[in-house]
Design a protein around this ligand. Sequence first.
Ligand SMILES: NC(=O)c1ccc[n+]([C@@H]2O[C@H](COP(=O)([O-])OP(=O)(O)OC[C@H]3O[C@@H](n4cnc5c(N)ncnc54)[C@H](OP(=O)(O)O)[C@@H]3O)[C@@H](O)[C@H]2O)c1
Length: 334
Amino acid sequence: MNKQIRLASRPSGWVKEENFTLTEEAVGEPADGQLLVRNIFMSVDPYMRGRMNDTKSYIPPFQIGEVLQAGVVGQVVASRHPDFAEGDYVTGMLGWENFSISDGTQLRKVVAGAVPLSYYLGILGMPGMTAYIGLFTIAKAQPEDTVFVSAASGAVGSVVGQLAKIHGCYVAGCAGSDDKVALLTAEFGYDAAFNYRNSESLSASIREVCPKGIDVDFENVGGELFEAALWNMRDFGRIALCGMISSYNDEQLEPGPRGMMLIIGRRLRIQGFIVSDHPEACQEYVVKASAWLAEGKLKYQETTAEGVENAPAAFISMLTGGNVGKQIVQLADP
Ligand SMILES: NC(=O)c1ccc[n+]([C@@H]2O[C@H](COP(=O)([O-])OP(=O)(O)OC[C@H]3O[C@@H](n4cnc5c(N)ncnc54)[C@H](OP(=O)(O)O)[C@@H]3O)[C@@H](O)[C@H]2O)c1
């Protein structure tokens, strides 16, 4: 049988487990041109919260009653597709389910053995690519720049810090617990970090960890943290607007940030981006990151939940900071 997670209802405000439903059906048979994948790892990501709303965006909303989509790594167990054979390992957009049928679009083969398969959902997948695109294509980080990263210990942030260090930048960040802050400097190469939950003044805390001011703000959070970063920007600074996770569950959006006039006076450049718009740079990143991983220059951590039935809880936990590094759900043995 195939266990699946479907959208039961659209959340209003904070997403809850009751917005999801677990169903079971017989494992399907691939038709001509299709393949059947046994899903091994799936990713839960912040952008999925936006897809639970019925709003127009760069990616269509999830539909009520349908199996949710996710980045997955799995193994082909039956194929009637000319490009995929039984036993191949693949990654791409499939479902929150144990088995998925695909026509092969958006799927690519991966080599098993070089790195753990889950890495293709994290450091060698979309989050790692996002770190690279945001830092270099969008913010054009230069050696010796001061880079500030919010949500720094997460899937994207933990890579941004390390890439910035490899590039010769000074890098500081913030995260939501003392343990995460310790990890930032001990493991992920950050020069300085603080716990934003303990901060009496976010702007003063940023000034403390970025005494020369910020050249590149890698913005993952938005809201008050973004506003505090804005006040610390240096002239001609660049802000890569990657995400605004602090508002994803808001029923009503707050006005702000305050201090927008700084963008003029300090001649700042702010650019939002979506990683999938940059396929060539993503490929370039995977080649570089694979080599850095093999040389031990890149460190990686993930938090793993077990079983598709626990995917909704893992998703909600990630949105509230329960993860260190990439939040993964393991669905089967590799
Ligand atoms: N533009 C793109 O193409 C693209 C692609 C991927 C991801 N993103 C964005 O990048 C950001 C990070 O994504 P990710 O996959 O790496 O997730 P992640 O950082 O692994 O997980 C989310 C983290 O956000 C932090 N967080 C949640 N609410 C917060 C709040 N109110 N204030 C401060 N921190 C908060 C939590 O860490 P703490 O314990 O530190 O609070 C949580 O662990 C998200 O905004 C996401 O939407 C954008």
